[in-house]
Design a protein around this ligand. Structure first.
Ligand SMILES: [Zn+2]
Length: 166
């Protein structure tokens, strides 16, 4: 954090640093998730990694708080499936398909599984994998379009009423 600040102040040479906060896990609920993101974002953290035992409600609260601040959330998941995380609006999924637990036989909502996704990885058919990839792309495209449409709509309404567009 000190290094990032020194680079941004121009007192030290260096690249743009994307500083990640502590893993988002072992939270006591959505409000704790929101406050954790807010706490670290206020101290200059610019990205977050949701970790294995986070619940859907906590992930959702964390993503909402991060997005409000223009920050991104990635995840090394287990208790939340890839499809659920994409629906919530997570920005990135770590570790390829290794930790998707959707087909693990002991999968229960908001709980990690014994095999940590190994079972799903070994048993997912190529058709199911293809469907998952299509779903993830569709959800990410939908998010992108929503953001874009809002921007375009704002630009249009300000231009239409003769207000400055910048
Ligand atoms: Zn990881």
């Amino acid at each position: 954090m000190k290094l990032k600040r020194a680079i941004e102040n121009g007192t030290r040479p260096g690249p743009h640093l994307d500083v990640t906060g502590p893993y988002l896990e072992m939270l006591t609920g959505p409000e704790d998730a929101r406050q954790t993101v807010a706490f670290w974002a206020d101290r200059g953290v610019t990205s977050f990694k949701a970790y294995k035992h986070i619940t859907r409600e906590e992930l959702s609260a964390a993503v909402k708080e991060a997005h409000k601040r223009g920050l991104k959330v990635t995840g090394h998941l287990c208790s939340v499936t890839y499809e659920e995380a994409a629906e919530i609006g997570i920005d990135n999924l770590e570790h390829g398909f290794f930790v998707n637990t959707a087909l693990d036989p002991d999968k229960k909502p908001d709980a990690c599984t014994d095999s940590d996704g190994d079972f799903t990885l070994e048993h997912i058919s190529s058709a199911e994998a293809g469907r998952l990839i299509a779903t993830l792309s569709r959800l990410s495209a939908r998010r992108h379009c929503r953001r874009c449409r809002r921007r375009c709509a704002t630009a249009f309404s300000t231009a239409a009423t003769g207000r400055p567009t910048k």
